[in-house]
Write a protein that binds this ligand. Structure first.
Ligand SMILES: Nc1ncnc2c1ncn2[C@@H]1O[C@H](COP(=O)(O)OP(=O)(O)O)[C@@H](O)[C@H]1O
Ligand SMILES: [Mg+2]
Length: 274
């Protein structure tokens, strides 16, 4: 991974082939040395990430590299064993779904989680009242839901349909719309396009790009090289629970991503202690 000028940095702040892209006080989200084990399985072994406002920052890694574990920590579903998550420089001290949502972090989990026996509109506003004290009044919700669906998809979705009878792609879009309703500062999408076809993905990517234009941050999780290339401003590559480097869009190629994964150092268990 040597030789590229200016675009690669190690998130431990040692540089690789150029300057540090981020690493000062301007990160909207910073992850420092995050660690999480499930029993014997060490899902995260020291992950770092620096996410700037106004960017789409992808976490790319093979299956099992720890991506969803990171998402669950950012979502407040699980608590890290060690390490820090900083939001605009402030370390999170309390991990719970409500606490992180109030700080403006809203996730879309990898599993498509809908209430199948409720309507699309009910699913889009599921959990909304408890969290945000009805910022969008009830009589404006249909309009808001329509507006968001129109942004993220060209597929017409009936707000009054039972969600469980819809094709999986539409259910996935409903779940994504639910996250957009909150207008989060940080939107986290974990493999959120798995059920979408190429055209649906492209429409969604357009919505994601305009979403970050006013200073928000999207953390986009993917193991698919093609979509990483078409969407990302920055990519942090995760390999066996560690970040192995980050790269900005100008230096981003399929070959580079695969090289970063394949040349990642193999760490001995003995060196991982602590
Ligand atoms: N609840 C769990 N219990 C035990 N092991 C888990 C659990 N969740 C994830 N893992 C393991 O942790 C590792 C990382 O998983 P995950 O974060 O889901 O990776 P990714 O999303 O990159 O595929 C894998 O080895 C996985 O089997
Ligand atoms: Mg996953």
């Amino acid at each position: 991974m040597a030789g590229e000028a200016g675009h690669l940095y190690r998130t431990d702040n040692s540089t690789v082939g150029g300057c540090i892209v981020t690493g000062n006080g301007h990160n909207l989200l910073e992850i420092r040395d995050l660690r999480k084990s499930y029993g014997e399985t060490r899902a995260l072994r020291g992950m770092n990430l620096q996410g700037q406002a106004g960017t789409v920052h992808t976490v790319f890694g093979e299956n099992g590299s720890g991506k969803s574990t990171m998402v669950k920590i950012l979502s407040g579903i699980i608590t890290p064993d060690a390490g820090q998550v900083l939001l605009a420089g402030e370390a999170l001290t309390h991990f719970s779904p409500k606490a992180v949502a109030r700080l403006g972090i809203v996730p879309v989990m990898q599993e498509v989680l809908v209430a199948p026996n409720r309507s699309v509109i009910e699913n889009i506003f599921l959990g909304y009242d408890g969290l945000f004290r009805r910022r969008i009044p009830r009589d404006q919700r249909r309009e808001k839901a329509q507006e968001i669906l129109a942004r993220i998809t060209r597929t017409p979705i009936d707000l009054d349909s039972l969600t469980g009878v819809l094709p999986l792609a539409q259910q996935q879009l409903v779940v994504i719309a639910r996250a957009f309703v909150h207008e989060p500062r940080i939107l986290v999408l974990d493999e959120a396009t798995a059920a979408l076809d190429i055209e649906e993905r492209e429409t969604l990517f357009g919505a994601i790009r305009s979403f970050v234009a006013d200073g928000r941050l999207v953390i986009y999780i993917s193991h698919r090289v093609d979509e990483v290339l078409s969407l990302s401003d920055y990519v942090t590559v995760l390999h066996v629970g560690r970040d192995v480097g980050s790269v900005s869009s100008e230096a981003l190629t399929a070959a580079r991503l695969l090289e970063m994964v394949s040349t990642a150092p193999v760490h001995e268990e003995a060196n991982d202690a602590g």
